[in-house]
Design a binder for this molecule. Structure first.
Ligand code: G6P
Length: 368
């Protein structure tokens, strides 16, 4: 049944391995030949999306990180200005809502107290409409939103969110392309991204098949007390999510920085006791990231780099490189999440923590 671990030692590992199937489920029936089907967001979506001039995204925890990725996508492909905020801050702020703003909540459970309170607060603020991207049908958030898109990840039991996050990203790419249709996105790019989305479950499978190599990397973390995650662009939120996973289940203090900020503080912490994990897909920021990595090496920091197979980065003492299959640049944040999930999982297993139910944390935070 849904609540059985099957062949897996933990729910988290089972849920990590479900990702090819649930990402396919999140896309199922929502892609046309060369464009996203806007009706996936409800019958009124087409008319509403045409009127969207900006977007406010509100969420907590891992769902907030999905929102941060979406900002890069929505601004680049739909040309719509986006703000992303944690719900516990948003709901107590004097928010200014320009005309034509779509309010978007992201939530696995649909019951997170702050996110729900943010939606209720937003209702008084003159938004164009509210959209919930959520994993639990019939949850409070879904019932109280104007538009909904279900992420179709199935029940998630592990407290550390995995498949809920990657299906949220798939859903957010659908939102980006759906909005892109009425916001001037080139049809050839729309079609290219739709094709890339179709190929995504297969690529996710290929990354999961790298698990042995990722498990081998995890031994470098078991005795460490701190770790630093670096990314640039849409991979900065992926670095944030990688750091959150490591904190949640292995209790190792982890921070994430956009690599360009390294010089403005965190470089002071780097030494041989501070492993540094870098997400280095093959995008336009790669050369800049490479020079950030040299700064880390020069201070004796041990580097773990996840990079595209087309990136020439050689292993050398102090630099471990794990190559991922080539993926469309836009979808790289989704793919690069997987090795970070697996890395945290293996570190937690080595440390002997309660992987599925880490201390002091709850799956759903239904009180403020
Ligand atoms: C808790 C969970 C996290 C989750 C967050 C937001 O902190 O432990 O895994 O990301 O709540 O939950 P939601 O259900 O709103 O996505």
């Amino acid at each position: 049944g849904a609540a059985s671990k099957g062949e897996y030692r933990h729910f988290m590992l089972k849920e990590i391995h479900e990702q090819p199937a649930v990402i396919a489920a999140a896309l199922e029936g929502r892609l046309g030949d060369s464009a996203v089907l806007v009706e996936s967001f409800g019958p009124e979506a087409r008319a509403l999306f045409e009127r969207v001039q900006q977007i406010h995204i509100v969420a907590c925890g891992t769902s907030y990180h999905a929102g941060l990725v979406a900002r890069y996508w929505l601004e680049r492909y739909a040309g719509v200005p986006v703000q992303v905020e944690v719900a516990s801050e948003y709901r107590y702020r004097q928010v200014v809502v320009p005309e034509g703003t779509l309010f978007v909540t992201l939530s696995q459970s649909g019951e997170t107290a702050d996110t729900l309170a943010a939606l209720r607060f937003a209702r008084e603020k003159g938004y164009l409409a509210s959209l919930a991207i959520c994993n639990v049908p019939g949850s409070s958030l879904v019932r109280e939103s104007d538009l909904t898109l279900m992420t179709q990840a199935g029940p998630e039991i592990g407290v550390a969110s995995t498949k809920a996050f990657t299906t949220q990203l798939a859903a957010l790419m659908l939102l980006t392309l759906a909005l892109g249709r009425s916001h001037g996105l080139d049809e050839a790019i729309q079609s290219e991204l739709v094709n890339a989305l179709r190929g995504l479950p297969r690529l996710v499978e290929r990354v999961l098949a790298l698990d042995e190599g990722i498990e081998a990397l995890s031994t470098g973390f078991a005795e460490k007390h701190h770790a630093l995650f670096l990314g640039r662009g849409a991979h900065f939120p992926i670095a944030l999510e990688g750091a959150l996973k490591l904190k949640e289940i292995s209790y190792i203090h982890a921070e994430a920085y956009p690599a360009g900020e390294l010089k403005h503080g965190p470089l002071a912490l780097v030494d041989s006791e501070m492993p540094v994990i870098a997400v280095a897909p093959n995008d336009e920021l790669l050369d800049k990231l490479k020079s950030n990595l040299q700064e880390v090496r020069a201070r004796g920091g041990e580097l773990y780099v996840f990079a595209d197979e087309q990136v020439s980065l050689a292993e050398e003492p102090g630099i471990r490189v794990l190559h991922l299959p080539h993926v469309h640049e836009a979808l790289a944040p989704l793919l690069y999440t997987l090795p970070l999930q697996l890395l945290s999982y293996h570190v937690a297993v080595l440390k002997g923590t309660d992987v599925d139910q880490p201390r002091n944390l709850a799956k759903s935070v239904t009180v403020e």
